[in-house]
Design a binder for this molecule. Sequence first.
Ligand SMILES: Nc1nc2c(ncn2[C@@H]2O[C@H](COP(=O)(O)OP(=O)(O)OP(=O)(O)O)[C@@H](O)[C@H]2O)c(=O)[nH]1
Ligand SMILES: Nc1ncnc2c1ncn2[C@@H]1O[C@H](COP(=O)(O)OP(=O)(O)OP(=O)(O)O)[C@@H](O)[C@H]1O
Length: 489
Amino acid sequence: MTPSVSCPVKCRPHPCLAPQPPAPSPELLAARGAPIAGELRACRSPPYLPLSRSADSLELRAACRGAPPASRARAAVALGGDGPSAALIAGAQSRHAIFRDELVRRAFTAAEAAHRGQVRASGDPYLQHCVETAALLAELGAGPAVVAAGLLHDTVDDAGLGYGFISEHFGAGVADLVKGVSNLSHLSKLARRNDTASRIDEADRLRIVFLAMEDARAVLIKLADRLHNMRTLDSLSKTKQQSVAKETLEIFAPLANQLGILNWKEQLENLCFKYLYPENFDELSTKLIEIYNIDMIAAATRRLEQALQVRGLSYYAIYGRHKSMYSIYRKMARKKLVMDKIYDIHGVRVILENKADCFATLEIIHHLWPRIPGKFKDYINSPKPNRYQSLHTVVLTEQTLPLEIQIRTRDMHLQAEFGIAAHWRYKEGYPSSLACDASSKETHTIPSHSDACLLSYSKQCDHKGPVLVILLENEKCKKSPKIGRYWTY
Ligand SMILES: Nc1nc2c(ncn2[C@@H]2O[C@H](COP(=O)(O)OP(=O)(O)OP(=O)(O)O)[C@@H](O)[C@H]2O)c(=O)[nH]1
Ligand SMILES: Nc1ncnc2c1ncn2[C@@H]1O[C@H](COP(=O)(O)OP(=O)(O)OP(=O)(O)O)[C@@H](O)[C@H]1O
């Protein structure tokens, strides 16, 4: 009897639950010129062959050359080694030590064997995509299970590896993640086919489903997969580029934002911008080359730090950012402004202990640089309806460029990042009636994820009540600037 479908999307039976095709007959294999004995041995499943490294490994390697991906993967994992793509893993290892981890190396071997012979539309080996997806996860500080699942993420859908195989060789945790990514891919494909992402309410619903249906780590892998696909979109047809970019902008970029991975969110948005509005993209990037000043933020931050030290004012953090290209474009469109009227292309934020320190800092800033008239906002004494509080000012720096400086206390910052005034809600234009539910201290309803989850959520309680914080696996990346929605004290 066929097992019942457990795919939460109810789209089609998950490949691992679909009936397995019978093992090919020797006649059939012979007819397509495949080596018979070895392939049949490596092919039959389950039970898996107890392959030994020493025994007929050469014979087996040769036999598996023409075998189906799943058989090749099984033999390759049993035999060990990196296969013909040793340079790829060596490159990944030189970038991220986690690629030396035993589980990750085995995952590489299996992915190599499963995808052998497959190429991407660009002509690159398919395996390169798997390695780059895994490398993006490694960059975020993900652990071996997530990186291994990143390497294997397409082996179920595109190379016919079963859940059972992955579970047996890499553990149920990795298998669940790969299955999760596969479920998300099916949902995403369905959405693209029905053009669901272009309807705002549907896109909202889809994101909720994405977050609710799988371990957040599977969502993370799907995001890494999408980011690499977006980086290599050039080889696809214009129509495909537009449809993938549209879906990415509506579903995946906001998802990255909600998970607090701002760096990925901005990369995704900028790439979508490039494919969806190529002329605006070219025009804006030409202008920005003249304006973006890489050193200005660091220089202003140093100057301000020194001035605060001289005055004996202690602060929690001073940091800055360049506004992303897509964010500038959106703001120009939203406010019908030319680029010269966008004053926060360069921005700095100062976080201090109390209100008095905020106002003292404002005074110091206005002594350091001339202020641009009409750009001061006191959201401390007059908070926004969503309780957002901060002092904003725009000054003219030595480089004759405007610099927006936001000054706030630690509590105000937590509210702006995690509270009702959370930046992702602000950016997604949540109506203030929703944002203003004063009775609610918690930020938003979020799905619960396993404790081992890379992006599990925990409540931190202080005198003001609970605040939701995304914790990273083993808190390894506590200080990683790549993780936006994270604040420690
Ligand atoms: N998290 C959060 N940040 C906000 C909110 N409102 C404003 N901000 C931040 O403050 C910045 C400037 O906001 P405002 O001073 O109100 O300025 P504006 O009216 O948006 O436009 P400009 O003055 O042209 O930048 C924004 O770019 C955000 O970084 C909010 O409700 N939540
Ligand atoms: N002056 C600043 N200093 C440091 N970080 C900032 C500053 N202003 C915004 N940010 C942060 O930069 C990230 C990207 O924000 P983005 O530039 O897209 O929007 P925004 O400036 O906050 O809003 P808007 O586009 O409405 O002006 C967010 O995490 C935001 O909190």
